[in-house]
Write a protein that binds this ligand. Structure first.
Ligand code: OGA
Ligand code: MN
Length: 288
């Protein structure tokens, strides 16, 4: 039986008595799914897993995305997306330093098929920096004033990789996250307030860089709105900060939380993370 230990934050729990190296039985899969629904983020400490074991474990939860981005693709394991400064190039979702804005996002919000959940496994982590922040978008929605909720419920957000590229270009270190060509400019429109398909609860669904506009809005007004919304939605009280220890694996629900990397010393330390990405299985619906 797995045991669950809540974090001190409004989201997140640590899961004990589970080895990701073993294929979980149906009952355990149910327990994991139920815990993910309650806590939004599950932390599995002290995992010794090979890439194939990570893929096999993740596959018991659903269909995995294949890594499109060449710089992030793990050789012979296309299901694994490599994050960090140790692989083929720098792949980072973090700003270069504390003065820069964070890049809050829900994985694959700008893809045709979004990500339901993601599993990130720490192979090597710096002693300082490189934490990952998560914020609960149920809380973000619930605490909006009623008139603001009604307003948000009507908004259709425009997501595009060009927003991410633009952000990375502003960073001194850049990175190789960008997708060249047509794919980069493909825009995806989704409601700002989505009903979680399992709980029915409304949550905000956006990113502060990848969301480049709002349907029918002036670009600058949309940018300003997204900036203000991020301040509210990602405030400390709605956050869980994960300070990584090597061999941690963290599973999160992209339907409910958005996340952001934090800076680390890219030149002098090593960070290597493997991610598997579970494809969205439900339509992304507004609550109306
Ligand atoms: C990701 C991601 C953040 C980090 O892998 O999807 O956003 O801290 N990572 O590496
Ligand atoms: Mn991400």
């Amino acid at each position: 039986m797995i045991t669950i230990e809540k974090t001190d934050s409004v989201i997140g729990a640590r899961v004990h008595n589970l080895s990701l190296a073993d294929i979980p039985d149906a009952g355990t899969v149910n327990d994991i799914e139920a815990a993910l629904e309650i806590h939004g983020i599950l932390i599995f400490p002290e995992q010794e897993i090979t890439p194939q074991q990570m893929i096999d474990f993740s596959s018991t939860l659903g269909d995995l995305e294949l890594t499109e981005l060449e710089a992030a693709r793990l050789e012979n394991h296309e299901e694994i997306f490599v994050v960090g400064n140790v692989g083929k190039g720098l792949v980072s979702f973090s700003p270069d330093n504390d003065e820069q804005e964070l890049e809050w996002h829900s994985d694959h919000i700008h893809h045709e098929v979004a990500a339901r959940a993601s599993l990130l496994y720490a192979k090597e982590v710096p002693d300082v920096g490189g934490d990952t922040l998560f914020a609960c978008m149920y809380h973000a929605y619930d605490t909006l004033p009623e008139d603001e909720k009604r307003r948000c419920e009507k908004l259709e957000m425009i997501h595009c990789a060009s927003g991410l590229d633009h952000y990375l270009e502003k960073q001194k270190l850049g990175g190789s996250n960008s997708l060249s060509g047509e794919r980069q400019h493909k825009k995806v429109v989704r409601p700002l307030v989505r009903a979680h398909p399992l709980t029915g609860r409304p949550g905000l669904y956006f990113g502060n860089q990848v969301t480049i506009g709002i349907v029918g809005w002036d670009q600058n007004e949309a940018k300003a709105f997204i900036r203000d919304l991020t301040k509210h939605a990602c405030q400390l009280g709605f956050q869980y900060r994960h300070k990584w220890t090597a061999k941690d694996a963290v599973l999160w629900d992209n339907r409910r939380v958005i996340h952001a990397g934090t800076p680390y010393d890219v030149k002098n330390t090593r960070r290597l993370m493997y991610r598997t990405t579970l494809r969205e299985t439900a339509p992304i619906r507004s609550i109306g």
